[in-house]
Design a protein around this ligand. Structure first.
Ligand SMILES: *Cc1c(COP(=O)(O)O)cnc(C)c1O
Length: 475
């Protein structure tokens, strides 16, 4: 084992990792990266097939983002946002408002609260939604939140409360506040889908009556009847990531958000994964002018838009919660009324992060970049078709530049592997041996390449995946 690997094993505790397994293996120690390629301390090369856990947009060491950070570094790295403004953060707020309200003369989402990561962006949204609702409905009301089955919104206690992944949340349930879950449109395993499995994305051949929309309607109506509508409906627009890459059939998002709003709740769009062009189908709009947020694809106008992961292009930890003038105004008052939003973090509005974000946003809006995203989506889609030949591929679900491949014992029965069998983990280990890095979500293998990934690199990713599935599951 390398010296650095030893140091790691001696001192570092890794996230979402069974450390006993970790300590039994030689760790991969990343030392450099360029574009979609990562290098380790032994000179091996890997493709970054999940964009370094969904953060990286344009590839590693992009010259424009590197230059922006260096320029900022020569001025100042950080000063406080408590009582002070700074140059790149103010500009970034303006650019985020522009991107979140394309073409609008009077932007609806026009206030930006900065924080550090996806979890804190959600904490801000949920605290604001809760307090706003109590201020408008009466301080005695204790409004609840509604979110989707399998939802993941981060790991801080508030964000965990909004989530519904039992495995992650079970241990902490007494620390959490109660929230309601409603079924998500997981067509492949939907109890209402009467279609037999086919060799296609389950959304395309499903047979149902949109019962999933009916379920949202029921939940919202019941809560309204109690005289206490949900403070907010919280969702990942168009595709849930950590729930297992669950893309929503076209029209679902618009329907359920209309229902939730009509029943009196606010809308919190968690675009931590979906944002910044990751999921938007680039075909429709002009490539140079493409919408950057998933909610825009179905004309959904949330009251809170949470962004993080890709905000800085994946270079630095930074997040933002965008909201409306209406919410903002509810926190205005004389000092002694104490209507202030008492919340903030030491690194709120960090200059290096803001400078990187500005460079990334500028790149995203270039025509050539839009074309590249379009090409990547098409390549990924073409490449993935070959996987239908494998018996243990049950569903292939793609939304923009994100794809989930669900592994099953036999596609004809949809029989799932037990988590104990570690099917997804073993396939990803086999991929790593072939020089392609990604992480599974249970039995779902996720591919989310950075936008700079070339045709050849996409091919290598898909080939490594196909070979690994054959090696591990179809021997
Ligand atoms: C990753 C993620 C989060 C949490 O973000 P962190 O930066 O890890 O705290 C929240 N919501 C979604 C949808 C995510 O994918």
């Amino acid at each position: 084992m390398s010296k650095l690997g030893k140091v790691d094993q001696r001192f570092v505790w890794h996230p979402f990792t069974q450390m006993r397994d970790w300590l039994r293996q030689d760790p991969i120690v990343i030392t450099r990266g360029r574009g979609a390629v990562l290098h380790d301390d032994r000179g091996r090369e890997y493709l970054d097939a999940n964009s370094s856990i969904w953060t990286n947009l344009h590839g590693h060491q992009h010259p424009r983002i590197n230059a922006a950070i260096r320029r900022q570094l020569n001025r100042i790295s950080h000063s406080s946002a408590l009582g002070l403004a700074n140059e790149p953060a103010s500009q970034l707020a303006q650019e985020l408002v522009r991107a979140a309200n394309p073409g609008a003369r009077q932007p609806r989402l026009n206030k930006v609260f900065f924080s550090d990561d996806g979890s804190t962006a959600l904490e801000v949204a949920l605290k604001l939604a809760y307090e706003f609702t109590r201020r408008t409905r009466g301080k005695a009301s204790r409004p609840r939140f509604l979110s989707l089955a399998g939802a993941y919104h981060g790991d801080t206690i508030g964000a965990v409360s909004l989530g519904h992944i039992d495995l992650f949340h079970r241990a902490y349930r007494h620390l959490l506040f109660p929230t309601d879950a409603v079924m998500s449109p997981y067509c492949y395993r939907c109890p209402f889908n009467r279609a037999r499995p086919e060799r296609a994305d389950a959304r395309e051949y499903r047979r149902c009556n949109w019962e999933c929309v009916g379920q949202v309607e029921k939940k919202c109506a019941a809560q309204k009847k109690k005289g206490n509508p949900y403070a907010a409906f919280v969702f990942e627009p168009r595709v849930q990531g950590a729930a297992g890459v669950i893309p929503q059939p076209k029209g679902w998002l618009k329907s359920v958000t209309d229902i939730a709003r009509a029943a009196g709740s606010l809308l919190i769009a968690d675009e931590v994964m979906t944002g910044f062009g990751r999921t938007n189908s680039s075909g429709k709009s002009q490539p140079g002018n493409a919408a950057l947020f998933a909610s825009q694809e179905e004309n959904v106008r949330p009251d809170f838009l949470c962004v993080a992961k890709g905000l800085t292009g994946g270079y630095l930890p930074m997040a933002a919660t965008l909201t409306t003038q209406t919410v903002f105004d509810a926190f205005l008052g004389k000092y002694e009324e104490f209507k202030t939003f008492f919340h903030g973090h030491s690194f709120t509005g960090n200059q290096l992060g803001a400078a990187a974000s500005l460079a990334s946003l500028a790149l995203l809006q270039e025509r050539a970049q839009g074309m590249a995203r379009q090409a990547l989506e098409a390549r990924l889609s073409r490449g993935l078709q070959s996987l239908w030949a494998l018996n243990s591929v049950g569903d292939i679900r793609q939304m923009g530049r994100v794809a989930g491949i669900e592994l099953v014992k036999d596609w004809r029965t949809r029989a799932p592997f037990h988590l104990r069998e570690r099917a997804g983990i073993r396939v990803c280990e086999a991929m790593a041996r072939r020089g392609v890095l990604t992480r599974p979500i249970g039995n779902v293998i996720l591919l989310m390449p950075p936008y700079c990934t070339t045709a050849k690199q996409v091919k290598r990713m898909v080939t490594a995946l196909a070979e690994s599935i054959s090696e591990v599951l179809e021997k």
